[in-house]
Design a protein around this ligand. Structure first.
Ligand SMILES: [Zn+2]
Length: 388
C-alpha cells in the first residue's frame, strides 16, 4: 500500500456535496486553428474557484466507487497546514498501489487548467472501470493537489501574498508594498517563506513519492524553426544535462526525466490538436531553479530535519499555452487545454505503471523540438552558459 491518511473531520465538506457543477468542457481530438487562441479574451468568471474545487472534490469522493479520499493537510497532520490567508489546503488520493505519485496543479494562481484537468482525471480514476485505469490504480497511490495556491487562485495572480495574522492584512515590505511569493521559486536564505511551501513540503516528507507531475501555463509560444503554435511544453525545473540534475541520484533523474517526457512526446504526437516542444525561457535557455518544493523533491532537501533519510524523486512539468494574466486564454481553447493535460498525465502514469517509460531511449529528449540551448536560467547564479 502507498500512504493513505486517515480522515477525521469531513462532515463540513460532506454537507456541500450534491451540487453539480458544469466544470468541464469536453475536448475533441480534432485539429482546430483556434488552439491556442491568440485573440482569445480571458473570461475569468468561468474559471474554477476555490469553493468550486472543494465542492467538486467532495462530490468526487462521494460518487467514486474506487475510493477517492479527500482531506486537508490539517487532517493529514502537517504542522503548517493552511495557506497564507488561512485557507485549507486540499489533497485527494486515489489508487492503492505500492508506489506513491504526487500530482500538483495551480501552484501559480493564474494558471487554472491544472486544477480542472486534475479534477477530471481524478474523476476518471475514481469511476472508470477500464483496464488502463485499473492498472494505474493497482500500481500507484496518487496524491492529487488540484489547487496548490488557493490564495493566488482567488486573486488570479501567480504568487501567494505573505499575510500578517495580527492585522489580517498583507505583510508589507520596507517600501510599503505587499510581499508576494512565487511558490515555485520560494527559497530565500535557506528557508521557505510561504506557509503553502512549508505545508506541502512536510506533506511530501510524509508521502515519499516515487514520481511527481506539476501542471502549469505559459504565454503563447511558437515552435523553434517552424513557427507553429505550441500547445504544450515539456519541462523539468532542474534541466537535464544542466548544472544540477546529472549530479542527483547518481544521474538517475537526468535519465528518467528525459524518459518521462520522451514517452509523453512519443505517445501524444499522434493527436492533431497537440503540438509539443521543450520548455525554454528567453528563447534558448532552460531553467535550473532550486527554489520551490518541486525542486526540493529532486534535490532530496532535508528542510527543518523533516527528510533525514534524504528521500528524493524526479518531477516533470507540463506547460500549457495560455495564461489568464496575459489575456491569451481563449475560451475556445479551454476544452483542448484541459484535455491535453489529462491525456499527458494519464499517459505518463500508465507508462510508468507498465514500465514503458523506463524503456524509452532517453535520447528522445533531443528529438522534442527546442532551440539550441545556450545556457541555464537559474535562481542561484544568474544565467550559466552551456560549456562546450
Ligand atoms: Zn506556472
Amino acid at each position: 500500500m502507498g500512504k493513505r491518511f486517515p480522515l477525521v473531520q469531513r462532515t463540513a465538506m460532506a454537507a456541500a456535496a450534491a451540487l453539480a457543477l458544469p466544470l468541464f468542457v469536453s475536448g475533441s481530438a480534432s485539429a482546430d486553428a483556434n488552439f491556442p487562441s491568440p485573440g482569445g479574451n480571458t473570461n475569468t468568471a468561468s474559471i474554477l474557484t476555490y469553493e468550486d474545487t472543494i465542492k467538486e472534490l467532495t462530490k468526487l469522493e462521494q460518487n467514486s466507487k474506487n475510493a477517492v479520499d479527500v482531506f486537508t493537510l490539517e487532517e493529514a497532520g502537517t504542522q503548517v497546514n493552511k495557506s497564507e490567508q488561512g485557507r485549507d489546503l486540499y489533497v485527494a488520493t486515489v489508487g492503492d498501489g505500492p508506489e506513491d505519485v504526487w500530482v500538483q496543479g495551480r501552484i501559480h494562481g493564474n494558471e487554472p487548467y491544472g486544477a480542472e484537468s486534475i479534477l477530471s482525471l481524478l474523476k476518471d480514476l475514481g469511476t472508470n472501470g477500464s483496464a488502463e485505469y485499473q492498472e494505474i490504480r493497482d500500481a500507484f497511490t496518487i496524491h492529487f493537489i488540484p489547487m496548490y495556491n488557493p490564495d493566488g487562485s482567488e486573486l488570479n495572480i501567480r504568487q501567494t501574498v505573505l499575510w500578517d495574522d495580527a492585522t489580517d492584512q498583507p505583510l508589507l515590505d520596507a517600501s510599503g508594498r505587499e510581499q508576494r511569493i512565487d511558490l515555485n521559486r520560494d527559497w530565500v536564505a535557506d528557508k521557505f517563506q510561504a506557509r503553502e511551501s512549508l505545508a506541502f513540503y512536510e506533506y511530501w516528507t510524509m508521502v515519499d513519492p516515487a514520481y511527481g507531475i506539476d501542471i502549469h501555463h505559459q504565454g503563447l509560444k511558437q515552435e523553434f524553426g517552424t513557427g507553429d503554435d505550441v500547445t504544450l511544453s515539456l519541462g523539468i525545473s532542474l534541466a537535464p544535462g544542466g548544472p544540477t540534475l546529472p549530479t542527483l541520484a547518481g544521474g538517475a533523474y537526468d535519465v528518467l526525466t528525459r524518459q518521462m517526457h520522451g514517452y509523453v512526446f512519443q505517445e501524444l504526437s499522434g493527436y492533431g490538436f497537440i503540438n509539443m516542444d521543450r520548455y525554454q525561457v528567453g528563447g534558448d535557455l532552460e531553467i535550473d531553479i532550486k527554489g520551490g518544493v518541486v525542486s526540493a523533491m529532486m534535490l532530496g532537501l532535508n528542510h527543518q530535519g523533516l527528510n533525514p533519510e534524504g528521500h528524493s524523486n524526479p518531477v516533470v512539468f507540463f506547460e500549457t499555452s495560455g495564461n489568464t494574466s496575459d489575456g491569451s486564454l481563449g475560451q475556445k481553447a479551454r476544452g483542448k487545454s484541459i484535455q491535453q493535460n489529462i491525456l499527458a498525465m494519464k499517459t505518463l502514469l500508465l507508462g510508468l505503471a507498465n514500465g514503458e517509460v523506463q524503456n524509452v531511449d532517453p535520447e528522445v529528449w533531443e528529438e522534442i523540438p527546442h532551440a539550441p540551448v545556450s545556457g541555464y536560467s537559474t535562481d542561484y547564479a544568474g544565467v550559466i552558459p552551456v560549456t562546450p
